[in-house]
Design a protein. Structure first.
Length: 267
């Protein structure tokens, strides 16, 4: 059971430790562990949604970090996140105009009514939102904490204001994860054109993350599957492309990519 913040003693040592720990976040897995560890002890939550962009304009990037199965950047429709994010962003901007920048707590259900349904998001009931305006690039870095039970209290809003710069710094260090419905990349097309048609779409997706240097655990977190399942997919991939390890797989793909680029250049 989540206790209201008024029922908990404020732990200044935990706050300082949480802030310091943000400096060591270097991967998506480390971000998940930090958010689900010290940050969650300070502000109990089930999901973090980060959105970067200006309302109504492109590009609009987002990441979703959660330990809940199926709650992944690659599994939530971009239109859903954008509809929710832009509406919350407008409300935060209006509130900031009236009383200065501050975290706002909201009932989350009304935001779902105008968005494409998603089973995981539908279980969320309460939202805590805050943003950091980026005046240089004219965008807002919006962060939304979601949880299923009790609403966020006054102390939690204040803690979020203190932690926000550290959350922003940790998230900003990491590469944005692409949504699955937009992942038809030149890399996938290159695999098709070079005849590697025996790989499934999931295997190609995993290879894309291997090529980016992600571990089995990190790939599993991104795709919403276990690291063991990723390992089994890799065994199948290695057999299909006739290699014995990750390094050889990446090397072969780079060689194919180089051959493809040379063919294009020669016209």
């Amino acid at each position: 059971m989540i206790l209201d913040s008024s029922a908990r003693d404020f732990d200044s040592e935990l706050l300082v430790r949480t802030m310091r720990a943000s400096l060591s976040v270097e991967s998506h897995l480390a971000l998940l562990l930090w958010l689900q560890g010290d940050v969650r002890r300070m502000i109990p939550h089930d999901v973090l949604v980060s959105c970067n962009g200006s309302i109504g304009n492109e590009p609009y990037h987002y990441d979703i970090v959660s330990a809940i199965p199926g709650m992944r950047t690659s599994l939530v429709p971009p239109r859903t996140v954008r509809a929710i994010g832009e509406r919350i962003q407008r409300e935060w901007a209006a509130a900031a105009e009236n009383a200065g920048p501050a975290a706002i707590a909201r009932d989350f259900a009304p935001y779902l009514a105008a968005a494409e349904p998603h089973a995981g998001l539908a279980t969320m009931r309460h939202a805590l939102c805050h943003a950091i305006p980026d005046t240089r690039f004219k965008v807002d870095h919006l962060y939304i904490l979601l949880r299923q039970r009790e609403s966020f209290g006054t102390q939690e809003r204040r803690l979020f204001e203190l932690l926000l710069p550290h959350v922003d710094a940790a998230v900003s260090k990491l590469e944005t994860l692409p949504p699955r419905c937009e992942d038809r990349s030149p890399y996938s097309s290159m695999l098709d054109s070079m005849g590697v048609g025996s790989l499934s779409s999931r295997e190609r997706e995993i290879l894309q993350w291997v090529r980016r240097g992600k571990t089995n655990v990190e790939i599993g977190m991104i795709l919403g599957i276990s690291g063991f399942t990723v390992k089994n997919h890799l065994k199948s991939i290695f057999q299909k492309i006739n290699v014995s390890n990750r390094a050889q797989a990446v090397g072969k793909l780079e060689a194919i990519n180089g051959a493809s680029q040379r063919a294009l250049a020669s016209g």
